[in-house]
Design a protein around this ligand. Structure first.
Ligand code: FAD
Length: 590
């Protein structure tokens, strides 16, 4: 990405066709779509890219079997087709994942689930024969034996499942997907900067002509001039420029709904595929393999607290652990958590008191009298369709002839792990992780990891591996070189940017980063009670961003505050907002 100060200089001085407010998946998608149709595009993000909902999802690129029961057929069909397209456009980042609905004691797998899966298969079928032959398409769902269930879900061995349904969806790293889409948008000329808060609209003769911006780092303000303004602020969509929004009758009212996830060591709950886990009162949750760990979630409750840092609720953490223990026959407790996180869905209120689980995940586009376009709702999976809808509207308004192209624009470039150069000191397990995260750009991380010189005050002598080749947390694949790359090329500005979003260590190694007591289970990790990884990342960033010693200490303290505010160690807040998980009408559908 362009260096942040250069991006800001361009944003303050140039005039753009479109300014996109919000650097989550929706804003990133709009920026890419508009840029590829020939618009000059600016994108501004108040905090960090993907720091809102787009780093806090279940990481599934899926149709959403559950939405079938609400008869959201259009949404499911659209999402299923997008799922296939994403695998074709970003095969390194969006990968097929087998999912299992197990059955026990000789019982036939639930027939209603089978009916849903049949419909899912039919709806996933791409009628375009050319696309079908070129890209991944899932096998039809089928019934598998108890042994096959255990192969995919080793954690279930003790319960001796007798059969199960096997079907497919896809999985990604949500924050990396956002960064990848933004990278492509920049390749087509978009100018993006984070830590820029939009504080108001610039209007001329009642028409939006840009936005007022405050640089959160320097406190400076400037006007960003653009012929069109797109509000892609997710759960904040009804808070941007309230003056304007409140004049309009048919504007979105966002009803935030919180979802909590926890992560566990693979050894504590080993999974090869995902499991659909009953969680009481007809509700189900997912247990998924993710980045070498197990990811468990989610819940779905109305949320009224502050939106800046969403804490996992303690009751939700307990609820998830209880469901997992009951299903897998385990005795996992808070001491075994490797991390926890929560996010809020930008659901659009219909005015009726439906439970949030029953509110549609459809996206909506609103155009207000100033011409500002607001796009919100939707899902991670459907970002491209949301972007297309938004830019189609701009094109229509401008009477341009500029069809959408994002269905044919690769997102990054996949690379085979064997084609990555081996670098002294880099653990073998890191290569696959780098290839999946960066695709071809993993070579740049490895080039940094191979750099000789003085790193962290430890001078290099010939033959010694670079400090940047080392893992940030012992035993995990993420390298210190990634912190350097994030600061140099991905506008990472804080230690949290690196640990929570450029890598996902904040979600998977929270104890090592916060100094919280280590898990009681024995393993390679867990002995390092000092958050030394945080300091090491800080030192690498300090060199890249020219932080003074004092600034480095401040940034380390800031990360501790952020980690506590985010509740990544999984202690969970308990209180008014932390009501137990929602209990919708019983349904066996995952
Ligand atoms: C628990 C949970 C699980 C989910 N699981 C899945 C899943 O598995 N699959 C799936 O497809 N979908 C899933 N979703 C839905 C999906 O994550 C969201 O629909 C999507 O991430 C929303 O993206 P967004 O860009 O619209 O919003 P956000 O990611 O929140 O982005 C909005 C951005 O706008 C910025 N912003 C706000 N105000 C301003 C301002 N004034 N100036 C500048 N910037 C501003 C914010 O900082 C933020 O970064 C899940 C959601 C949740 C909560």
């Amino acid at each position: 990405m362009i260096e942040r100060s250069q991006a800001i200089a361009a944003l303050a001085h140039d005039e753009f066709d479109v300014v996109v407010v919000g650097g989550g998946i929706t804003g990133a998608g709009v920026a890419l779509d508009a840029a590829t149709r020939g618009y000059s595009v600016a994108l501004v993000e108040r905090a960090d890219y993907a720091s809102g909902t787009s780093s806090r999802s279940s990481k599934l690129v899926h149709g959403g079997l559950r939405y079938l029961q609400n008869f959201d057929l259009g949404l499911v069909r659209e999402a299923l087709l997008e799922r296939q397209l994403m695998v074709a456009l970003a095969p390194h980042l969006v990968k097929p994942l087998p999912l299992v609905v197990p059955a026990f004691e000789g019982a036939h797998p639930d027939r209603l689930v089978g009916v849903g899966l049949n419909l899912y298969d039919v709806m996933a079928r791409d009628r375009d024969r050319r696309r079908r032959s070129e890209s991944w398409s899932p096998e039809r769902h089928r019934i598998i034996s108890g042994e096959e269930v255990v192969e995919l879900l080793p954690a279930l061995a003790g319960r001796e499942p007798t059969s199960g349904y096997l079907f497919y969806d896809c999985q990604t790293d949500d924050a990396r997907l956002v960064l990848t889409v933004l990278g492509e948008a920049e390749r087509f000329g978009a100018v993006c900067a984070n830590r820029l808060d939009v504080t108001g609209l610039l209007e001329r003769a009642g028409r939006a002509q840009g936005v007022e911006v405050r640089d959160v780092e320097s406190g400076e303000r400037f006007e960003l001039r653009a012929a069109n303004v797109v509000n892609a602020t997710g759960v904040w969509a009804d808070r941007l420029s309230p003056q304007e929004l409140h004049d309009e009758a048919d504007l979105p009212r966002i009803r935030p709904s919180r979802g909590t996830h926890v992560t566990l060591r693979h050894e504590d709950l080993p999974l090869v595929g995902g499991a659909i886990v009953p969680a009481g009162a007809g509700r189900t949750i997912f247990a998924l393999p993710w980045l070498g760990h197990t990811l468990v979630g989610t819940t779905d409750n109305d949320y009224e607290g502050p939106l800046e840092h969403i804490q996992p609720s303690g009751e939700d953490v307990d609820y998830l652990l209880e469901a997992i223990n009951a299903f897998f026959g385990t005795e996992l407790g808070p001491a075994q958590l490797t991390g926890a996180y929560a996010g809020v869905r930008p659901l659009i209120s219909t005015g009726d008191p439906k439970k949030s689980v029953d509110i549609s995940r459809k996206s909506e586009l609103y155009e207000t009298s100033s011409g500002m376009i607001t796009i919100t709702g939707g899902k991670l999976t459907t970002w491209r369709r949301m972007a297309k809808m938004t830019v189609d509207r701009l094109v229509e308004r401008d009477a341009r002839d500029a069809p959408c192209r994002t269905h044919e624009i690769p997102l990054g470039q996949a690379i085979a792990v064997e084609d990555l150069p081996r670098v002294e000191g880099v653990p073998e397990g890191s290569y696959q992780a780098l290839a999946s995260r960066y695709g071809h750009a993993a070579r740049e991380v490895l080039a940094l990891a191979g750099e000789r010189g003085t790193h962290g005050g430890t001078p290099h002598v010939g033959g010694q591996a670079s400090e940047l080749a080392q893992p940030i947390v012992a035993g995990l694949p993420d390298l210190l070189a990634e912190a350097a790359l994030a600061a140099r090329q991905e506008q990472a500005r804080s230690i949290g940017d690196v640990l929570l979003r450029r890598t996902r260590l904040g979600l998977l190694a929270a104890r090592e980063l916060t100094g919280a007591p280590a898990p009681t289970v024995r393993g390679e990790r867990g002995s390092d009670l000092q958050p030394a990884p945080v300091r090491r990342v800080g030192e690498v960033m300090a060199r890249e961003l020219h932080w003074s010693g004092e600034r480095l200490e401040l940034e380390i303290a800031r990360f501790a505050e952020e980690a506590a505010a985010e509740g990544i160690a999984g202690g969970g807040e308990r209180g008014e907002d932390a009501r137990p998980a929602a209990t919708p009408e019983p349904s066996p559908m995952p």
